[in-house]
Design a binder for this molecule. Structure first.
Ligand code: NDP
Length: 484
């Protein structure tokens, strides 16, 4: 059999298969023989078809596309893929819900993951954000506890509104994200009809080594559209994969979704005096203070060929930076710099970055060797340590991260700004009367199953502090009065 003969079924070790329908037995009615090694291999591989599901963001849909620079911002960053107007960079995007399992419904009320992998000419850059500009918590040390409340009760295996609202009411920094989640934008109409955000503050560094703080906004060119809860519930029953299907079908028929990528840029020194801590991911930077500046355009124009190989095995990490883009001291980001890579090493393996979907398009020269599922030549016989006198790859000092001055004592310190209420209040006040009414109805519906009034009253207090009308309307909907 020639190696390119695609018509002959083979075993996984390449030998032609004689019978793929009937297993070998001892006599026509006898037991199955262990010598049918093709059968053994087939069953054994089937048992191993799943990699561990992501603990969060398990249900996802992905697509390939490109990014094109539309405005020169080289005054702020030396990132090579942003170096000239018109420059295009291939990319892969994975959208996801957060709390549900791999088979769960797309049309639930949940933030959506919005993860972009830019295959730049100086390595991969991952922008791993959400469809909301803020997050529920602002210190990674709270993340496992927070996600426990979003997942299932350890005894009943049911979702648990008591835990959800207990945690939120005891973590008032969540109020801003809770308000966005409970608003109309909590259930996007499709993955194409939502914005994306880097959410965290990042650092940009230009060719002169000067740094600025930056926030990213992907603005949907399709317009923001949302689903009414009743429509979303019906879709969840009729077509749990509605968003996945919509994205695939749109791209298949050539209706390529696109987003404008904008940034807000803050001079480094403003971080010391801005009225909110600009590294606190529960806060936005007002666009009145730091207007959006257009940077480029992202277009999704190619569906994956294989879901598992591309969407499931895609590994994103907010720590996957390229020269010119660095971390900020945002405590949630700092935790994620560790957590994402760690999740992928556990879930996909130590060599996850060498898989075709994750492999940089630029040259990779490391001294990493071996590890499970090393599928390339493992560096062959080349030098495998550094420093060496064999002329192996060596560091380029010009690419050192920008120095950043710090001061103070090593300690567990609370964020220095405790205003959890102004920005959720601003959001409430920018909603129309109809939007406010739906927001309150949604919150009331979500809080009704909470068993303890003490939790409800604590949370009503937070809504009230954001805007007295907001708190009063939620309280009325729950048949409670405003606590002292
Ligand atoms: P601006 O008026 O400059 O910006 C308001 C922002 O709110 C716009 O980005 C707009 O996005 C967005 N927005 C409009 N309607 C809704 C909605 N129903 N749900 C969620 N977002 C909406 O004011 P500020 O920058 O001072 O922000 C005021 C409040 O707006 C903030 O407290 C925050 O809650 C919210 N917001 C702010 C963002 C920011 O980066 N500053 C980003 C998103 C929300 P669009 O017009 O594209 O829909």
């Amino acid at each position: 059999m020639s190696t390119d003969d695609k018509s002959k079924l083979t075993t996984s070790w390449g030998a032609p298969v004689g019978d793929n329908q009937n297993s070998q037995t001892a006599g026509a009615r006898g037991p199955t023989l262990i010598q049918d090694v093709h059968l053994l291999e087939k069953l054994a591989h089937f048992n191993r078809e799943r990699v561990p599901e992501r603990v969060v963001h398990a249900k996802g849909a992905g697509a390939h596309g490109y990014f094109e620079v539309t405005q020169d911002l080289t005054a702020f960053t030396k990132a090579s893929f942003l170096s000239e107007v018109g420059k295009q960079t291939p990319l892969f995007v994975r959208f996801s819900t957060v709390a549900g399992e791999n088979g769960s419904s797309d049309t639930v009320r949940d933030p959506r993951g919005f993860a972009v992998k830019f295959y730049t000419d100086e390595g991969n850059y991952d922008l791993v954000g959400n469809n909301t500009p803020v997050f529920f918590i602002r210190d990674a040390i709270k993340f496992p506890d927070f996600i426990h409340t979003q997942k299932r009760h350890p005894q009943t295996h049911l979702k648990n509104p008591n835990a959800v609202w207990d945690f939120w009411s005891l973590s008032p920094e969540s109020l801003h994200q809770v308000t966005i989640l409970m608003s109309d934008r909590g259930i996007p109409a499709t993955l194409r009809h939502m914005h994306g955000f880097g959410s965290h503050t990042f650092k940009w560094v230009n060719a002169e080594g000067q740094a600025s703080w930056v926030k990213y906004h992907f603005k949907t060119e399709q317009g923001v559209q949302n689903l009414a809860p009743s429509v979303a519930a019906q879709l969840a029953a009729d077509n749990p994969d509605y968003h996945t299907e919509d994205l695939f079908e749109a791209i298949k028929k050539g209706d390529f979704p696109a987003w404008k990528l904008c940034v807000q840029i803050m001079p480094l020194e403003d971080a010391n005096t801005y009225r909110f801590d600009p590294f606190d991911v529960t806060k936005v930077w007002s666009q009145k203070d730091y207007p959006l500046i257009e940077l480029g355009r992202m277009v999704l124009n190619r569906n994956p060929e294989n879901y598992f190989a591309e969407v499931e095995q895609a590994t994103f990490s907010p720590g996957t930076f390229v020269p010119g883009i660095e971390a900020s001291p945002d405590k949630m980001l700092q935790g994620r710099l560790f957590a994402y890579g760690d999740a992928h090493r556990y879930r996909v393996g130590a060599n996850h970055q060498a898989l075709p979907i994750n492999r940089p398009r630029s040259e990779v020269n490391t001294y990493q060797r071996d590890g499970q599922m090393r599928a390339d030549d493992n560096g062959g016989g080349s030098v495998y340590y550094e420093p060496n006198s064999a002329g192996g790859p060596s560091e380029t000092p010009a690419y050192k991260p920008a120095a950043f001055e710090v001061s103070g004592s090593a300690d567990s310190v609370v964020y220095d700004h405790h205003d959890h209420y102004t920005q959720p209040g601003d959001l409430y006040r920018l909603l129309s009367e109809d939007e406010r009414e739906r927001l309150v109805q949604t919150i009331v519906g979500a809080m009704k199953p909470v068993e303890q009034d003490a939790i409800k009253l604590r949370q009503i207090g937070h809504f009230y502090k954001a805007d007295p009308e907001y708190g009063t309307r939620v309280a009325a909907g729950l048949g409670l009065s405003i606590p002292e």
